[in-house]
Design a binder for this molecule. Structure first.
Ligand code: PEP
Length: 249
């Protein structure tokens, strides 16, 4: 059975001190609960080691990684460095990385390989922009993103990946995809995976929804058969907003 996962993405928010306080509060709150999903928080690089030291119930991830393994790449952070902090996950291909930093499917393929080689689980993000949705191109867009970055992986590596469908028009906009729109694309992604790796692998992959997911809509989204959890931006920045999403399962 595939895992249900709720993963926070802090983005470029919180000083180190604020991040430690938030992680500590989340740990304290969640350790008293019986959880029906894995809870992950993806945090800025500078928070990783300190946040790992604060949490047990929550698993820590990074938000990005370098597309090179080491060397003269000033300002970059490698997969090995991330793994050395105790982080277990890494977001790869978030739409903000694709849009603002020009990350292509080819670059993201390298990042996925480096993450896997260093024992990190990629949360690989796909999703269409508004113009592509309006042109009814969303399925073409996500299948190209997935196939160009992931479909050269051998089965034993592909099955370690977590996917996140994040329609770009829904990220940080307050405009959530309907649960029917999310289910339609999640089912399409699973079918696309089944055609390449077979249905047993497709059925084992967790596919998260991301895009203005909140306490009010998480329950309906997570109830859909192919929605295995969420990637949560804004609502992961406070325990009050994040907890009801975690408890939506
Ligand atoms: C995200 O950053 O992946 C995201 C889904 O953001 P938000 O929940 O704020 O839309």
């Amino acid at each position: 059975m595939r895992k249900n996962i709720v993963a926070g993405n802090w983005k470029m928010n919180n000083t180190l001190q604020e991040g430690i306080v938030l992680a500590r509060e989340l740990q304290k709150t969640l350790e008293e609960k019986t959880l029906k999903c894995e809870v992950v928080i993806c945090v800025p690089f500078i928070h990783l080691a300190s946040v790992v030291a604060e949490v047990k119930t929550v698993i820590v991830g990074a938000e990005n990684l370098a597309d090179k393994s080491s060397g003269a790449y000033t300002g970059e952070v490698s997969a090995a460095m991330i793994a050395s902090t105790g982080a277990k996950y890494v977001i790869v291909g978030h739409s903000e990385r694709r849009t603002y930093y020009g990350e292509t499917n080819a670059v993201l393929k390298e990042k996925v390989l480096l993450a896997l080689a260093n024992g990190l689980i990629p949360i690989f993000c796909v999703g269409e922009v508004l113009a592509e949705r309006e042109a009814n191109k969303q399925k073409d867009v996500v299948s190209t993103q997935i196939s160009e970055s992931l479909f050269d992986l051998p089965t034993e590596d592909f099955r370690k990946i977590v996917l996140a469908y994040e329609p770009v028009w829904a990220i940080g906009t307050g405009k959530t995809a309907t649960s029917e729109q999310a289910q339609e694309i999640h089912a399409f992604i699973r079918k696309t995976i089944a055609e390449r790796y077979g249905s047993a692998v497709a059925d084992s992959i967790s596919i998260l929804y991301g895009g203005s997911c909140n306490a009010g809509n998480a329950g309906e989204l997570f109830a859909k058969p192919d929605v295995d959890g969420g990637l949560i931006g804004g609502a992961s920045l406070s325990v009050d907003k994040f907890l009801p999403i975690v408890e939506a399962f």
